[in-house]
Each structure stands twice: as C-alpha cells, then as structure tokens.
Write a protein that binds this ligand. Structure first.
Ligand SMILES: [Zn+2]
Length: 275
C-alpha cells in the first residue's frame, strides 16, 4: 500500500486495476456525490472515454489517477456534476484535492506546450519527465511554475493587513510574484516596501503551498515590523492597516496559505482561530 501519491511520468501507463479519472469539462472537474462530498469517477463507470488522450499522473493507495479533458458538450455520467477546482476544497481528502490541482496544471501544460516558443515547430516528449523538446531547433521546456511570496507583517499583538478592490470586507496579508533572479527573502522585503512602505526584519519561513490557479507556488513568511509609516501603493491596494489580534476583519478561506499563516500567528498570540 502506498500511503502517499507517487507521481508517474511519460511514457508510463497506469498498471493498476483500480483507477480513478480526473475528468475536466469546460475547466471544471466532473465528480460524483452530492454537494459537500465529492468523489472522482471510478474505472468501469458508464462513461465513454474514447475521446481525448488520457494523461496518467500517478498512484495513491494502489489506485491509478488519470486526467482527461472532455469536450465542452460531452454528456456527464449518471449522477455526476461539475465543480470548479477551488470549490472542491473541503469536498475531497487533502491528497485527492492536491492531485486534482496537479491534474489541472498538467492539462494546462499539455495545452500550452505543443509548439516551440522559439521557432513555432511542433514539440515532442523528452521522455522520462514532462519536458517537451522542439522537433526542429531542439529547444526544451518543462512545466512552468510561478513562485510568489506571502508576507505576514506583525508588531506585537498587531498584524498588518491589506485590502484590494473587489475583496468586500476581507483583508489579507501581502503577496507578490518573485522577479527573475530574485531570492525569496529579497522578494519579501521588496513587496512589503512597495505595497505598504514599511521596513521589516526577522523574516521567518512559514510554509509553502502549490496553488493551481493556474500554476503558482506560494511561499509564506512571517516578518517583524522594523520601522516606517504606512504608505499604500494605490495601484495595487485600496487599504492597508494594522489590526489588533482581538479585532480582526474577515480573513481569507482556510484553503489558502495566507489564512494558515494568519491562523498560526493568531495561535502564537494565545488566541483561538476564527472559523
Ligand atoms: Zn524550436
């Protein structure tokens, strides 16, 4: 029994009797089960899989997981429904939710890597991994991941939260993409300074998370406020302010690393985390 997901790479094929299908239709996943409890389609269901090319992803607990993109008008199996990846959070176990995000990214990679970005010729598999090599000029590429940092800036019992237009009452921590040839630490200092104008020190790693919307890697840090008055980047934000741990605004959903960092900080202040 494999207790964690073991990734497979082309040209490997599913060699297990038990199979589950990560079917995507119109950008959403096809699942069984009623709202709040989802399950992937099992092999042998009443499903016509003749169309499309399956993408074998790997195995978990001796079950093979294969992704497949259905035509937008493909009929659903009896009892199935479609649901967006983000809305699937909490309806599956953590491992299967993670596999669903992986499937989404690999299908995106397959759609976007068929031609060489240098000369436009068709690409072919490198073999042994997900890489694709140009059949004409030889340029090779691999699945793209965009790293981004999250910065929780704290000062005693206060935390610095930001707000973007369209967020409603929710506030969150500072986030930004890593620039080419930039360290994660340098990115955190730069983003905090750019977005809210303050200096920080004691930058401590707090965890990371794949974020398949569409292909980010979020890396979280907590940072101690070290000086400077708030000066908001109004291109990005419409508010930023200090909140006391006992009077926090609505926070992001539990799915996000932002929220997990905030919950860890709230607990470090001896408080209960909000629902
Ligand atoms: Zn080329």
């Amino acid at each position: 029994m494999r207790s964690h997901f073991v990734r497979a790479y082309p040209p490997a094929q599913a060699d297990l009797a038990a199979r589950r299908w990560l079917l995507f239709r119109g950008g959403e996943l096809v699942v069984l089960g009623t709202d709040g409890q989802a399950a992937f389609i099992e092999e042998g269901g009443q499903l016509d899989l003749a169309e499309g090319t399956p993408l074998y992803l790997g195995a978990l607990n001796d079950v093979a997981y294969t992704a497949l993109e259905l035509a937008p008008d493909a009929p659903l199996p009896p009892g199935a429904r479609t649901v967006g990846l983000r809305a699937l959070y909490g309806q599956l176990g953590d491992e299967e939710f993670s596999i669903a995000g992986y499937a989404s990214q690999m299908l995106l990679w397959r759609r976007s890597s068929r031609f060489c970005p240098v000369c436009g010729a068709p690409t072919e598999p490198v073999g042994g991994d997900w890489g694709r090599r140009c059949s004409s000029c030889g340029f090779a590429r691999y699945p793209q991941i965009s790293p981004a940092t999250l910065a929780l800036v704290h000062d005693g019992e206060q935390v610095l939260l930001t707000h973007k237009p369209g967020w409603g009452p929710m506030y969150s921590i500072i986030a930004g993409f890593v620039e080419p040839n930039e360290s994660l630490e340098a990115c955190v200092h730069r983003e905090v300074l750019e977005e809210v104008g303050v200096e920080i020190d004691t930058v401590i790693y707090g965890g990371s998370q794949g974020w398949p919307f569409p292909a980010q890697l979020m890396v979280g840090f907590s940072c101690r406020y070290a000086g400077g008055a708030l000066a908001i980047d109004t291109q990005e934000l419409d508010d930023a302010r200090w909140f006391h741990v006992d009077s926090l605004p609505p926070l992001p959903g539990k799915i996000s690393l932002s929220r997990q960092l905030l919950d860890a900080w709230i607990r470090s202040q001896g408080r209960e985390t909000p629902l």
